[in-house]
Design a protein around this ligand. Sequence first.
Ligand code: NIG
Ligand code: FE
Length: 428
Amino acid sequence: MIPAPLLLTNVGQLLTLRSSQSGPRRGPFLSELEIVDNAAILCLGGKIVSVGTVKDALRDPWLKKNRKKVSEVDCGGGVVLPGFVDSHTHPVFMEPRLVDFEKRISGADYEEIAEAGGGIRASLEGVRTASQAALTQRVLHALHDLTKHGTTTVETKSGYGLSLDSELKSLEAIRAAAKQWAGTVIPTFLGAHVVPPGYRGRSQSYVEIVCKEMLPAVAKRKLAKFVDVFCDRGAFSEIECSTIFGAALQHGFGVRAHLGQLSSPRDGFIESMLECCRPASLDHMDHVRDHEVAALAKSDTVVTLVPGANYFLGLEQYPPARKFINAGVAVALATDYNPGTSPTVSMPMAMSLACTHMKMSPAESIAAATINGAWALGLADRKGSVEPGKDADLTVFDVRDYREIPYWFGVNRCVQTIIGGVALASPA
Ligand code: NIG
Ligand code: FE
């Protein structure tokens, strides 16, 4: 069904994020929000058709003639920006990991808990025994929660099944939930999240299953756009990651990796991966060397920072965002929504952490959460900015100044989300 024409008026500050430059935002361009005060936005057929001041909109001949057919959203002088693009989430799990949470409070760290059978492996049973319908409900619930916080596009990973059947079930659950949600879902196959029990000490056999059984099955059913690998101490090695990426590229998937979260990758690995595999994104990147930062700055690979994980693990160190941005690396921000390290759906919370702990400016945090997230998912032609021709995915915040979005933390100031030109019920 084609949505009715929609006019957003009385926008105090509109953050358009439009750009004359091509490619993801880097360096000083990351903070250019291209703000229009007292703005209006007209959406037709799910797309943005015009962006300007309220005055301009009222003079528009088409609008004058068709005013009665147009439904209106009065934004009450608030801030409007592109819907957030959350480019890294793990929503296919059944239960929160409360035992791990308490163990960490008592002093154990993420790797010790994982070694003792907690961590990712603790989520396997729930997913393996759940019905696909139950998983779908969990994913859908997360998607609705994301919308309430202003997110309209989400990358969603499998990775808590870790067997052929349960990984396919997880991806089918993502597909089923995506059909029931207005926003855009980009599915990622993360069969190489950790080596599942039964394969410990013989990870090579599991990698073979990922490459020879899982990847072809996922490709045949068109269940994912990307393949992700958790390449780190205690998960998969650089060689295993390269093997999986090689197979993924052969099947036509894009690739992305969890890298440098717990330890530095082998020296030279990042450079060789940039050359051979052109990953869409490398995520976490707490541990990085100067020459790797320089190589990333020359590439189109986005570095996706997920400070929610550092916060929730109680770490003092955060990824070196300033180093990346100052060197010209394209940086995105995401929630990393998952039961082990980052149980939050709030992009404003991730942005707040980016400002307070990684010294990103509020403007940089907004561009990283919108247009650069879109670049990290290969969607920048449709998402991430408010420009004619782009999808009408917008979010309205009940604040006067955009800096308030990361400033107020622990409270949700998102009052309206518009997806594909349709205003969803206000979260309040
Ligand atoms: O991004 N590091 C790997 N994956 C997740 C954690 C998953 C979990 O603990 O459940 C992350 O932090
Ligand atoms: Fe993650």
